[in-house]
Design a protein around this ligand. Structure first.
Ligand code: ADP
Ligand code: MG
Length: 978
């Protein structure tokens, strides 16, 4: 989208005036603490200005060459700060040439604040979109991966898809001219486009898109499925909305457990058929090795473990109708079998657990009390549920989750911009370490903010609001009415309709963003009345008199001019432009005479910031404007926090006029009272948010560890050595378990050998056993050695390359499986932690402790599983696809074990209104059973109150040869449809 060259009404000061402007900038800077920083910024503004005369003589190509030279210097590790003045100057000159917008000096300051990783508070209409280009171009010179030398890209975060697209297109002339590539993320975009977008120097996209891509990347089974290239610098537009209002909204990718619940039930049926037995006591290990058990499994009551005999494995295979239980892709079945056997034979109802209200709850073995909020892990709890025939709590299993807060903390450098940050400066600093810099406005602000008018009743308020709107409307003044909910908007709309006042209603739903932008763009026309819930049409500038650009487009659309024929379109545009601009100019004068845009607030929001946002839509760039809030003593906020006092005053003072209308009181003192109430609520909300974040931090640490692990595996790093070490630890732990104390007599050597046999058959002679059993360390050494011999033998048999692939594949599969379960356990723990009657213990502390234990268990269980699999797993060297590529053969099988629908949920909600669904995605369904489950699951999700989830059934849309829904870029049949 190329803008024709024209000078906007509020173009910046001519170059010569820069120095003259300086002192006033400083004067307008808010506090003394900022003065020092501003001095630096001010010096830089002068430096930038000094380039101007020189750059004006450069050709476009020369400007580009200058930028390329800067890029070279950045690559040679010259600090960006040193390049800043020239870079900003070039961007300004380019803006002037390509978009007829010359970055104002205050915008330069905003750009510096962003570059320094701060929040630039710049009022609505100050041109934050253009400001961001400065920091983007500068940082795009150097964002690169230290190791690969590859550039990582700057992420520009917007509140909706519409703004991502608009801003990227709008600013593209600058980027194009300077050789900075621009990408745009959109919801439901094909994988190729997404990957392409991320390969660019700057990517525009919504917070939820960036967040979900991160989560998806960390579910990838192969490096090529990843789209993001690291997190080096993000600029978050409307930063308060994203980092404060939505901070508590977690992004969740959830998947149906597909047949997982069924599997538990199936195994619960198998378990009772399995015959329990016992290897004769004291049998010498040599004979033990030859001993053919005539039973299916054996248990160890004390350690609550089971081991399965060959006969047992064969029985299970028959029952399941599979040929090999120990195949890489059957790894989860082995675990299912073990857990079902444990549930069946080692866990007793009313001793180990109780069934209460259809839920299996753990009984604390020491106190005999019910342990709320605790579940056994590794699928044991589900196995117990299956055994008891109660609901298996695995529905809507969380596959991956993160809060915005923690997502944005991933960035090496984070910056933000918004019109309203100052009231929340403490929170930004404490939670994100983001300082707020208040950037002065380009032109002095002359909007008149009136005191609140307070009515005794809601009825009195609403009739006053309607009268006020009517009067201003007749006078040709545009009115923007803010409401706190869609309901209230509709109520008001009815009243206005009754009075015959034409108006438009907006409700801030993300899917309406584009249409609302169109409407808001015209909200400054004479007499326009626009009702908007909070934030509707945000990011769109209200120009007094209307938006010529937009009007021209409307007119062209009306005439049916095809926008894909760029040349013709541009020509028609410039033909129409002068006329439209003249009309707009006349309208503008008309509106100015009527007092500019009038903001009519109909209730105070809980947070002052949101009120300020509403007010800020008027009086931009030195425009005339006026704002007033109409309240009643019956409004929730007033009632709850200042009700009594205000009510008393109203009782004393408030009367009715001749026509029976209530007379309001209007006093600065009352407005102050209300602000105080707001501050109280703000503080409360901050504490709640902080608390949530403290809980989430625990999880965040764990997520980082697991994701880093995954990355190592995906990047193909050899894990052989680590795996060997961990396998030895698993053996050590097992041995420690069975050899308590210092006396050999107390040791349970029989149990030990049974336990170790789950990994591999032990080849110890009786002599060795006797000699070694005297001392735990040498026993451990000896068995460790045996394990390594086996391990090495496997490697030799498979070859190093295949073994490496197998190791990575197994580990990845196990990590993902265990991590999912862990997420579920953590959720459960968090929900239950408050139910525990801890004496004097902060639930957060208890949560941290237990989460720590759970995580330790998780890591141990990952490697125990691994040890169990690596020695036993069958590998088809031929591969199903007829030889050649055995490794991908099992990798593909692995991803398909978890095929199922995946849904995404997260917030793009307006404040307080509860989270609204963000992104939807598709899921491939393996079979009809899955489809039935889908219908059920969907019904269930609709009932979920807080986070709305959307699931798209793509089974019927994805053909076998279509690209897979997971975004891997492979065909569906080769990937999740395999
Ligand atoms: P914000 O995001 O700060 O509310 P926008 O980025 O939407 O503001 O810009 C508001 C308006 O100001 C836009 O119409 C834009 O064209 C105009 N504008 C911004 N910067 C300049 C400039 N340097 N010169 C002229 N017009 C500008
Ligand atoms: Mg904006």
């Amino acid at each position: 989208m190329r803008r024709s060259r024209r000078v906007p009404p509020s173009a910046g000061a001519p170059p010569g005036a820069i120095l003259g402007e300086m002192p006033s900038l400083l004067d307008r800077a808010l506090n003394a603490g900022e003065a020092k920083k501003f001095k630096t910024y001010q010096r830089r503004v002068a430096l930038i200005g000094a380039f101007e005369a020189e750059l004006e003589h450069d050709s476009d190509a020369e400007l580009r060459e200058r930028m390329d030279a800067l890029r070279e210097r950045a690559r040679d590790d010259e600090p960006l700060d040193a390049l800043l003045p020239e870079c900003f100057a070039i961007v300004r000159e380019t803006g002037k040439r390509t978009m007829a917008m010359r970055h104002f000096d205050v915008q330069m300051i905003g750009g510096m604040a962003l570059h320094d990783g701060q929040i630039a508070e710049m009022k609505t209409g100050e041109g934050k979109t253009l400001t961001a280009t400065l920091a983007v171009v500068l940082n795009s010179l150097a964002v690169r991966d230290e190791e690969s030398g590859e550039r990582k890209g700057v992420h520009l975060v917007t509140v909706n898809d519409y703004l991502a697209r608009r801003d990227a297109e709008w600013m593209s002339p600058i980027y194009d001219a300077l050789g900075v590539t621009v990408g745009v993320l959109q919801n439901m975009q094909p994988y190729e486009q997404k990957q392409h977008a991320y390969a660019c120097d700057v990517v525009y996209g919504t917070n939820s898109e960036f967040g979900f891509d991160y989560l998806r990347d960390n579910m990838a089974k192969d490096l090529s499925e990843k789209v993001q290239r690291g997190h080096s610098f993000a600029i978050v537009d409307e930063v308060d909305n994203i980092l404060i209002d939505e901070a508590r909204t977690p992004l969740i990718i959830s998947g149906a457990p597909e047949q997982a619940a069924d599997l538990y039930v199936k195994f619960a049926r198998l378990a009772p058929q399995m015959v329990l037995g016992k290897t004769p006591e004291g049998m010498d290990p040599r004979t033990k090795k030859q001993f053919m058990a005539d039973f299916d499994f054996e248990v160890d009551e004390k350690h609550k473990t089971v081991s399965i005999t060959e006969q047992g494995v064969a029985k299970a295979e028959r029952f399941l109708g599979i040929d090999h239980l120990y195949r890489a892709e059957n790894g989860h079945l082995v675990n299912h079998l073990i857990q079902s056997l444990r549930a069946e034979s080692l866990y007793k109802r009313d001793v180990d657990y109780a069934v209460i209200d259809g839920e299996a709850k753990i009984i604390d073995e020491f106190t005999g009390r019910i342990l709320d909020g605790r579940r056994w892990s590794e699928g044991l709890h589900q196995a117990v549920e299956a055994k008891e025939g109660v609901r298996i709590q695995e529905e809507n299993q969380t596959l991956a989750t993160i809060t915005y807060q923690n997502y944005f903390r991933l960035y090496d450098k984070l910056a933000g911009m918004t019109g309203t940050a100052l009231t929340e400066a403490t929170e930004f600093m404490k939670i994100y370490e983001l300082p707020v810099v208040q950037v002065p406005t380009n032109m002095a602000m002359i909007r008149a903010d009136r005191n609140d008018q307070i009515y005794k009743t809601k009825e009195g308020k609403w009739s006053a609001v309607v009268t006020e709107i009517g009067a201003r409307h007749e006078n040709g003044q545009p009115v923007l009415v803010g409401t706190i909910s869609v309901e209230v908007s509709e109520l008001l709309s009815e009243r206005l309709t009754k009075r015959g006042i034409a108006h438009t209603v907006l409700n801030a739903k993300p899917e309406h963003a584009a249409r609302e932008a169109e409407i808001v763009a015209e909200a400054g026309q004479p007499g326009a009345v626009t009702i908007a819930t909070n934030m509707a049409g945000r990011g769109v500038d209200i120009k007094l008199g209307g938006n010529p650009d937009h009007l021209v487009r409307l007119e062209l659309a009306r005439q049916g001019v095809d926008s894909s024929d760029a040349e013709n379109y541009e020509r028609r545009m410039s033909e129409l432009f002068p006329d439209v601009e003249r009309t707009v100019q006349e309208s503008r004068e008309h509106v100015m005479a009527a007092g500019g845009l009038f903001i009519c607030g109909t209730e105070r929001h809980e947070s002052r910031r949101i009120d300020n946002q509403l007010r800020g839509r008027s009086g931009r760039q030195g425009d005339m404007g006026e704002s007033r809030f109409f309240l009643s003593a019956e409004d929730d906020l007033v009632r709850l926090f200042a009700g009594d006092r205000i009510y008393k005053i109203l009782d004393r003072l408030g009367g009715v006029d001749d026509e029976g209308n209530e007379e309001p009181i209007e006093a600065g003192m009352l407005s102050k009272q209300i602000e105080k109430a707001q501050k109280k609520v703000e503080e409360q909300n901050f504490l709640i948010r902080k608390r949530v974040l403290e809980y989430d931090d625990v999880m965040n640490e764990q997520r980082r560890v697991i994701y880093a692990y995954r990355d190592d595996v995906l990047e193909g790093q050899s894990i052989g050595e680590e795996a060997r070490r961990e396998v030895i630890s698993v053996i050590e732990r097992t041995i420690d378990q069975y050899t308590p104390g210092d006396f050999v007599e107390d040791w349970d050597l029989d149990g030990l050998f049974t336990a170790l046999a789950q990994f591999f058959p032990l080849d110890l002679g009786p002599e060795e056993l006797k000699r070694d059993s005297a001392d735990r360390a040498s026993l451990t050494d000896r068995i460790g050695e045996l394990a390594m011999e086996r391990y090495n033998a496997r490697e030799q048999a498979l070859g190093e390359e295949l073994m490496g692939a197998l190791e990575r594949f197994l580990l990845l599969q196990i990590i993902d499986e265990r991590w999912r379960e862990h997420l579920f356990d953590m959720d459960y723990l968090r929900e239950g932690i408050h139910l525990r009657g801890f004496a004097q213990i902060d639930p957060l502390v208890a949560y941290k402790n237990e989460a720590f234990t759970l995580f330790g268990d998780l890591m141990n269980s990952i490697w125990t599983d691994y040890a169990r699999m690596i020695f036993n797993v069958q590998v088809n060297v031929e591969g199903e696809n007829g030889g050649g590529a055995p490794v991908p053969a099992f990798a593909a099988a692995g991803s398909s074990t978890r095929a199922g629908r995946v849904s995404y949920s997260g917030g793009t909600s307006a404040v307080g209104a509860g989270a609204i669904a963000a992104a939807a995605a598709a899921g491939g369904m393996a079979d009809a059973q899955g489809a039935a489950g889908y219908a059920e699951g969907a019904a269930q999700e609709e009932a979920m109150p807080v986070v709305e989830q959307r699931v798209v059934d793509d089974e019927h849309q994805v053909g076998r040869n279509d690209p897979c829904w997971c975004g891997s870029g492979k065909k569906f049949k080769k990937c999740h449809g395999a």
